[in-house]
Design a binder for this molecule. Structure first.
Ligand SMILES: [Zn+2]
Length: 319
């Protein structure tokens, strides 16, 4: 009885098996692959250029619509937790062929921090430097900035000469040369925990590697000052952005536009270090320049700023 209709069954089988393959082939013209992801998180990939960004979410690989030859989406920026921000410039898209953009992620950029404890109660507890550095690492990682802080602690509060040299503020701005190795470490961010009733200050633009944290700091204050050292200015109050002034503990967010600037803007302490910058730039093809002078005009649109920097407002939801 059932032997009477074998052909329609075969026909249905062939249709189901073949048609989706044809659809996938026609659609999946280009491919982005990610390797070396430390957390295997869903990375944010921005194809950037000509006043626009194409926002993609990629875990291992993603097939995308064919990007036309000569497209102004000329670079790929990748944010992935526990990996360095990745930037590849001068992408060359072809028509018809499958372009594969292979992105080998790298370890996060490690920033050495020396925390000079110029007051006795500053290291431990909920308001201490240990809590602050942990919070800074958490905020930078949660927002996929690609930077990690390695702190060492120097207890100098009983050394009156050291405490005097450290002072309590950025002035005079030439203190660096007068400080000497017992209160300043070259090549590190130097953070001074002092008795001043203040949340914190970064001695920029002269000495962005010198920060002061006062007695009014909250656990988010150190991350906020690191943001200043990495080129960022204040954001308007009323949001949860880390760069809102004051010391609110509700500050949790860096935008992707801010994360890009911290890594690449010339006034950022890490973008100015060629070896650090090289850690996040793809070397093939060769990067065309070492750092960028991004425009911070917030504008409210997603249009790219100067020198191809994404808008500072660009903020992709991280899942
Ligand atoms: Zn500030």
């Amino acid at each position: 009885m059932n032997h009477s209709s074998p052909f329609p069954r075969i026909a249905v089988t062939v249709f189901v098996a073949v048609t989706p393959m044809l659809l996938v082939r026609a659609w999946a013209a280009d491919r982005i692959t990610l390797t070396n992801s430390i957390d295997n998180d869903e990375a944010i990939v921005l194809l950037n250029g000509c006043s626009t960004e194409k926002v993609l979410r990629v875990r291992h690989h993603l097939d995308i619509d064919n990007v036309a030859k000569g497209s102004c989406l000329s670079e790929a920026i990748v944010f992935s937790s526990s990996n360095a921000m990745f930037l590849r410039e001068n992408l060359e898209w072809k028509n018809n062929d499958t372009d594969t953009i292979d992105i080998a992620l790298k370890k996060p950029v490690k920033v050495d921090v020396v925390i000079w404890l110029a007051r006795a109660d500053a290291k431990t507890g909920p308001d201490g430097a240990e809590t602050h550095i942990k919070k800074a690492n958490e905020l930078f990682d949660n927002n996929k900035v690609g930077v990690t802080f390695a702190a060492t602690f120097e207890e100098v509060f009983s050394d009156t000469d050291a405490v005097e040299k450290i002072g309590t503020s950025c002035s005079p701005l030439n203190v660096k040369s007068e400080r000497g190795p017992n209160v300043f470490t070259e090549g590190s961010i130097n953070v001074y925990y002092v008795t001043k009733a203040d949340s914190g200050v970064t001695c920029k633009p002269q000495n962005p590697d010198i920060l002061f944290i006062g007695t009014n700091a909250s656990p988010t204050s150190l991350a906020h000052e690191f943001g200043h050292a990495f080129s960022l200015s204040h954001e308007d109050p009323g949001t949860t952005n880390v760069m809102v002034g004051g010391s609110a503990e509700t500050r949790t967010n860096f935008t992707d536009g801010q994360a890009f600037r911290m890594n690449v803007k010339c006034s950022s302490i890490v973008a100015n270090d060629p070896s650090d910058l090289q850690a996040r730039l793809s070397t093939t093809p060769e990067p065309s320049h070492s750092c960028r002078h991004c425009d911070d005009n917030t504008g409210g649109s997603s249009s790219a700023g100067s020198e191809g920097c994404p808008s500072i407002d660009l903020d992709v939801e991280h899942k």
